[in-house]
Ligand binder design. Structure first.
Ligand code: CO
Length: 297
């Protein structure tokens, strides 16, 4: 084994981010009720993260029913929760060291589907230790979700978490794949099974509210320049929402920055209409004989 000091400052910050996040996830989940607005829950959670000493690592994702990921309320979004399957995916960073977690709040009367992704995550965490192959984790996830009579979403995966980077290698598949990548002591990874009563593959929708810096560049337009300054100073390479920008005409600014290939967007990812998707996610630090779950209280 390589020499990894799990007490090093970076891991302390990973754990601190995880502790803040675990609390905010639970409190935010309690606020999800029929009639409450998405925007209210998202902004409440993002403010709460700051109050507890962290920063949101990405906009609070609130994905409904067939949506699996990347949905977040727009600036004046008045959408409220109905009898929905609600996935909350939240991230925190402390000085760029990250934690990522998700939970399904089922208001739709399909508790079994929510249970399937939770059981899959627990089963995955049971097999994690230094030396485990990522494909084996995927196999356990697939088998557990199969056991409930549902499908895993196979084109979404868990991922490594780097400094100021929300998605780094290795990916953690949600099905059995021949992938001889082994986890190592000190790896910080997010494992996130998605279960669905649909076919198990998500597609990109047309809605886009989340963006991130793609490459350096310059723009002439004043609003676009202001937006770019805020992004590079505040969010760096982490994802942000339109509603986080302090510039007027933010949507126009974002369009310009996308056209210049300076930003890329994250379209909402969804199953077929009429299907439901559940999700459960924790961030872990891999140890010799298991893992530390940073996002569990
Ligand atoms: Co994640």
């Amino acid at each position: 084994m390589t020499d990894v000091d799990l007490d090093a400052e970076e891991y302390e910050k990973n754990r601190e981010a995880g502790e803040i996040l675990a609390q905010v996830r639970n409190e935010a989940a309690d606020r999800v009720e029929v009639g409450v607005s998405h925007l209210e829950v998202a902004e409440w959670a993002e403010d709460r993260i700051r109050e507890l000493g962290g920063e949101p690592a990405f906009p609070v994702n609130i994905s409904i029913d067939e949506e699996a990921a990347h949905a977040t309320p727009g600036v004046d979004d008045a959408t409220t929760f109905g009898e929905d399957m609600v996935n909350l995916d939240i991230g925190v960073h402390v000085d760029g060291w990250l934690a990522d977690t998700a939970v399904t709040v089922d208001l739709s009367g399909n508790a079994e589907l929510a249970e399937a992704s939770e059981a899959a995550l627990n089963a995955a965490l049971d097999v994690v230790e230094a030396g485990v192959e990522t494909g084996e984790i995927g196999a356990v996830i697939e088998e557990t979700i199969d056991g409930y009579g549902f499908n895993p979403v196979v084109n979404l995966t868990g991922h490594g978490l780097g400094h100021w980077q929300q998605h780094t290698p290795p990916n953690i598949p949600n099905r059995a794949v021949d992938q001889s990548i082994e986890l190592e002591v000190g790896d910080v990874v997010a494992i996130e099974p998605f279960a669905t009563d649909g076919g198990g593959k998500v597609r990109e929708g047309s809605e886009e509210e989340i963006f991130a810096l793609e490459s350096e560049g310059s723009v002439r337009n004043r609003a676009a320049r202001q937006a770019l300054n805020q992004v590079t100073e505040e969010f760096k390479t982490l994802p942000f929402a339109t509603r986080w920008l302090d510039v007027r005409r933010a949507e126009m600014a974002l369009r310009r920055l996308k056209q210049g290939d300076i930003l890329h967007g994250y379209p909402v990812l969804k199953e077929e209409a009429g299907c439901l998707v559940s999700q459960k996610e924790h961030t872990i630090i891999v140890t010799e004989n298991g893992c530390q779950v940073t996002t569990r209280l």
